[in-house]
Ligand binder design. Structure first.
Ligand code: NCD
Length: 305
């Protein structure tokens, strides 16, 4: 049985296969409308979510399956003190596959050890978010036509941003990808990740504080929200929350075919005026999320053969 806990759980070939399947689903929606008939997806969300949970649920419905679950820890027996292990043993009796979001790093991995159904990590603390990575890769593939030979800038909270961590790991496996890490010194990519992904594999990366100096070289700009809920004290959050605000003026020096991505939700780090710029891809990215998850569900259930 397969789970998706970390983007490295999948080979590059498997990822490419899922992306190709997602692209085929987009073009032939009818063909896939009953693939998951009789199957159930459980969404177990111990943390807030709009896109991830709803796109998983919409994905399963579009495949002809059904969904069940909870959208906050308060509305599940977690509020009574039940362990994640007991919860997943229970859910394994009701559903065929489960997506779990949890504030604690490693919780979906723990769940997978007690589960008899495939588990998808839908975000664990400041750690990983591999189904968002599939979404991001699909968006990049559709806008740039490739996943290699790209310069990608990650901007904002690179310390706590789990979507950043997972996408860095995934992109580092493609040829000739240049990484530009734009953040205040306090919110840099964690050392363990730089060591594992860049240093051990000799992959070049640069770290800068200002986005202005690197803007002209970027093919992709991946903006992120400062992750308020992961800060240990509010004063630090307040000091850092407005570190970057992308507006049309900042984009003046950018390439005409820059692709601006953001996993959303946005707070204020991208001015709404940027939304109408043809380089803004973050709502297209939302759409890709549903199709990437349809392909992922099919893959983990072994229905893509
Ligand atoms: C992200 C997350 O939950 O990590 N949102 C998402 O799933 N699209 C990003 C965020 O919350 O900032």
């Amino acid at each position: 049985m397969k789970h998706l806990i970390d983007p490295m759980d999948m080979t590059v070939e498997e990822i490419d296969h899922i992306l190709a399947l997602a692209i085929d689903i987009m073009a032939n929606r009818e063909k896939y409308s009953e693939v998951c008939k009789g199957k159930k997806l459980a969404t177990l969300f111990y943390e807030p979510s709009t896109r991830t949970r709803l796109s998983f649920e919409a994905a399963m419905m579009e495949l002809g399956g059904n969904v069940l679950g909870f959208s906050s820890a308060n509305s599940s027996s977690a509020a009574k003190g039940e362990s994640i292990a007991d919860t997943i043993r229970t859910v394994s009796c009701y559903a065929d596959i489960a997506a779990i979001r949890h504030p604690k790093e490693g919780a979906p991995l723990l769940a997978s050890m007690h589960s008899s159904i495939p588990i998808i990590n839908a975000g664990d603390g400041g750690h990983n978010h591999p189904s968002q990575t599939l979404t991001d890769l699909l968006t990049i593939k559709r806008t740039k036509g490739r996943l290699d030979n790209l310069t990608i800038g990650f901007c904002g909270d690179l310390k706590f941003g789990r979507t950043v961590h997972s996408l860095i790991k995934a992109m580092a496996r493609y040829e000739n990808v240049n990484f530009v890490l734009i953040s205040p010194p306090e919110l840099q990519v964690p050392e363990y990740l730089k060591e594992d992904v860049f240093i051990k594999k000799n992959i070049p990366y640069t770290e800068v504080v200002s986005m202005d100096e690197v803007m002209p070289q970027l093919d992709i700009l991946y903006m992120t929200r400062v992750q308020k809920e992961r800060f240990f004290n509010e004063a630090d959050y307040i000091r850092l929350k407005d570190s970057y605000i992308l507006d049309l003026e900042k984009l003046e020096t950018a390439k005409n075919d820059l692709a601006i991505l953001h996993p959303l939700p946005r707070v204020n780090e991208i001015s709404v005026k940027v939304d109408d710029d043809p380089r803004a891809c973050y709502f297209k990215q939302v759409e890709c999320g549903k199709f990437a998850r349809m392909a992922l569900i099919m893959n983990l259930l072994g229905l893509d053969k």
